[in-house]
Design a protein. Structure first.
Length: 523
C-alpha cells in the first residue's frame, strides 16, 4: 500500500502546491518555500489519520515511515514501527483534524475573493489521503473513516459559511467566515504565514450588507430546495419498458463526481446520523476499490441497505443519492432508482407474483431497487403471495449480485420482522440506517425552502404559527415529517389564493407572502 499512499500524497502536494504557489507569486513573494509548507501539510494529514484510532498499528506506521523517508531523505531512515510508537511521534496528531488548517483557510479566503475552486481541490485531494490511509489494512478502520468524515465535513462547513460554493452543487448565497490568523512563534514565518498576514485583517472582509449568518449544519438547505427532501410515492407496478426513454437518456449522462454527490448529501437538512452512515459505506467501497486496483485482497461486504424511519424523513431522497454514489464508484453502470412496494411486486394469482417481481428487478438491474414498506411482503398467511415475492427477490439478488443494489424501507420494528422472514434476507441486509424524525427547527427550515422553491415566503407570524402547530403533534409512528410540511404548504397556498383573489391590485409581496392566517387555516 506504500505506492497508493505515495500517489495520494503526491497528488495533494502537486495540486494544492500549485494553488498556493500561484497565490504567493501574485503577492510578489518567492515560491521556494511553498513546497515545504505543502509537504508538511500532507505529512501532518497522514499522521492525523493514522492517529485517529490511537492504536498505531505496525502496517500504518511502516507506511508512514516509508512515506517520510522517501520524500525527505534522512528522516526516519532507521526508524521502525515499535520505535515510532514508543516515541509517541504521532500521538495527538488527530487533533489537527478538528479544524481547517491555515493553508485551507488561505485557499478559502482566496476563493471568496476570486472563485477558482482552490478550497475544493484541497478537500478532494485531502479525502484521497484519508482513504489511502484507511486502505492500508484489509479491514478499513472505522475510527479512521469517521475521522475523515468529520474533517471533510468541517471543511465543507467552512466553505458554506464563507459563501464559497462547491462545484456543480447548489448552495445558498451569502454567509460569512471569520478566518483568524494562525498563532505566531519566534520561528521564521512560512510562506503560508506570510500570505495570511498579507490579508491585512484578522477576518476575511464581509460583503456589503451581508445576510444573517447561515444556519448550523443541521439546518442547511438542500441542494434541491423545492423537491429533494420530499419522498415521492412508490412507482406502482414498474415494468422493464416503463420510462425506457428517460432511462436511456440518463445512461448517456456521465457519472457524477463522487465528492459532488457527497457534498449534496451533506447539504440536506438534518439527517446527521444518516449522513455519517452513508459516508462510511461510501468510504468502505472506495477503500475496497483502491485495494482491488493494487491487486490486494478485499474483505467481502454487502451493498444492500435497510432504511428505517417514519414517512417523509428523506429515505427516498437519500436512496437516489446512494444510487448516484454507486454509479460514481463504478459499482453500478446506470445508477438509476426504481421505486416499488408490495402492490408492484405481488399479484393476485398463483405464478403471477414471481413473474411480476422478476420484471421489477430486471428493470432495476445496474441500478438501485427501493422497496417501500417492504415489511408488507412478509405479512399474511403462510400461503400469502408476498412470501413468493420475497423468495423470488432473494434468488434474483444472488443471480445478479454484481448488477443490483436493493434498499428496503419501513418502520423499525416491522423491518426487523421482515428481515427475519427469510434466511437469505438476513445475510444480504447486514446494515440498517435509521432516519429519525425531524425536529421543529429542521421542519421549519424545510418549510422555508419548500416555500422558496415555489416562489413564496413565510412571514414571521406564519413561522410562529407553524412552529406552534408542530409542537402539538406527537412524534409517533406515522408522523409525516417533510410530507406533513408539504401538505401544510400546499393547503396554505390554496388558502392564500382564496384570500388574495379578493384583493384589488395586490402588491408583489402580497402575492408571494404566506401569513399566520394562511397557516392556521391550513392546519
Amino acid at each position: 500500500m506504500s505506492a497508493l499512499l505515495d500517489d495520494a500524497v503526491e497528488s495533494f502536494v502537486q495540486t494544492v502546491g500549485q494553488d498556493l504557489a500561484a497565490l504567493a507569486a501574485a503577492q510578489g513573494m518567492a515560491t521556494d518555500r511553498v513546497r515545504a509548507d505543502i509537504e508538511a501539510e500532507a505529512e501532518n494529514l497522514v499522521a492525523a489519520f493514522i492517529d485517529a484510532d490511537t492504536q498505531h498499528g505496525d502496517s500504518a506506521l511502516a507506511a508512514y515511515i516509508r512515506l517520510v523517508s522517501s520524500r525527505t531523505p534522512g528522516r526516519l531512515a532507521r526508524a521502525d514501527p515499535e520505535g515510532l510508537r514508543h516515541a509517541g511521534l504521532l500521538a495527538g496528531k488527530r487533533e489537527l483534524l478538528g479544524r481547517p488548517s491555515a493553508i485551507f483557510q488561505l485557499l478559502l479566503s482566496a476563493d471568496r475573493a476570486e472563485p477558482k475552486d482552490r478550497a475544493w481541490r484541497y478537500l478532494t485531494t485531502m479525502t484521497t489521503i484519508g482513504r489511502a490511509v484507511a486502505a492500508i489494512d484489509l479491514h478499513a478502520n472505522r475510527a479512521e473513516l469517521d475521522a475523515l468524515n468529520r474533517h471533510r465535513n468541517a471543511l465543507l462547513d467552512a466553505m458554506y459559511r464563507a459563501g464559497v460554493r462547491t462545484p456543480h452543487v447548489a448552495q445558498p448565497d451569502g454567509g460569512f467566515f471569520a478566518a483568524g490568523r494562525p498563532s505566531r512563534s519566534s520561528s521564521p514565518l512560512s510562506a503560508t504565514d506570510e500570505l495570511l498576514a498579507l490579508q491585512g485583517s484578522d477576518e476575511v472582509p464581509a460583503t456589503p450588507s451581508p445576510p444573517p449568518p447561515p444556519p448550523p449544519r443541521s439546518e442547511r438547505p438542500t441542494a434541491r430546495p423545492a423537491a429533494s427532501q420530499r419522498e415521492q410515492p412508490p412507482t406502482p407496478s414498474p415494468h422493464p419498458d416503463d420510462h425506457a426513454a428517460d432511462d436511456h437518456a440518463a445512461d448517456d449522462l456521465p457519472a457524477r463526481d463522487l465528492e459532488e454527490v457527497l457534498a449534496e448529501l451533506e447539504g440536506l437538512i438534518g439527517l446527521e446520523a444518516v449522513k455519517v452512515e452513508v459516508e462510511l459505506v461510501t468510504n468502505l467501497l472506495v477503500v475496497q476499490r483502491m485495494r482491488r486496483e493494487r491487486g490486494l485482497p478485499t474483505a467481502p461486504s454487502s451493498r444492500h441497505l435497510v432504511f428505517t424511519g417514519n414517512p417523509g424523513t428523506g429515505k427516498t431522497t437519500v436512496g437516489r443519492l446512494v444510487a448516484d454514489i454507486y454509479r460514481s464508484l463504478g459499482v453500478l453502470t446506470r445508477g438509476h432508482l426504481v421505486e416499488t412496494d408490495r402492490s408492484g411486486l405481488v399479484a393476485g394469482y398463483v405464478g403471477q407474483t414471481a413473474e411480476r417481481t422478476r420484471a421489477v428487478v430486471e428493470s432495476a438491474l445496474d441500478g438501485v431497487l427501493l422497496i417501500d414498506e417492504a415489511y408488507a411482503l412478509s405479512r399474511g398467511e403462510e400461503r400469502d403471495y408476498g412470501r413468493e415475492a420475497i423468495d423470488t427477490l432473494v434468488k434474483m439478488m444472488e443471480d445478479h449480485r454484481d448488477r443490483l443494489v436493493v434498499i428496503v424501507t419501513g418502520y423499525p420494528e416491522e423491518m426487523s420482522t421482515f428481515i427475519q422472514a427469510n434466511p437469505g434476507l438476513r445475510s444480504r441486509f447486514p446494515r440498517t440506517i435509521h432516519f429519525p424524525d425531524f425536529g421543529t427547527d429542521e421542519l421549519t427550515a424545510i418549510a422555508h425552502h419548500t416555500a422558496a422553491g415555489a416562489g413564496y415566503h413565510l412571514d414571521d407570524a406564519a413561522i410562529t404559527a407553524l412552529r406552534e402547530h408542530l409542537h402539538t403533534i406527537p412524534r409517533d409512528q406515522g408522523f409525516g415529517n417533510a410530507r406533513l410540511i408539504r401538505n401544510i404548504f400546499e393547503a396554505a397556498v390554496a388558502q392564500h389564493a382564496s384570500r388574495i383573489v379578493t384583493v384589488s391590485d395586490p402588491a408583489d409581496d402580497e402575492l408571494s407572502r404566506l401569513t399566520d392566517a394562511d397557516i392556521r387555516a391550513a392546519v
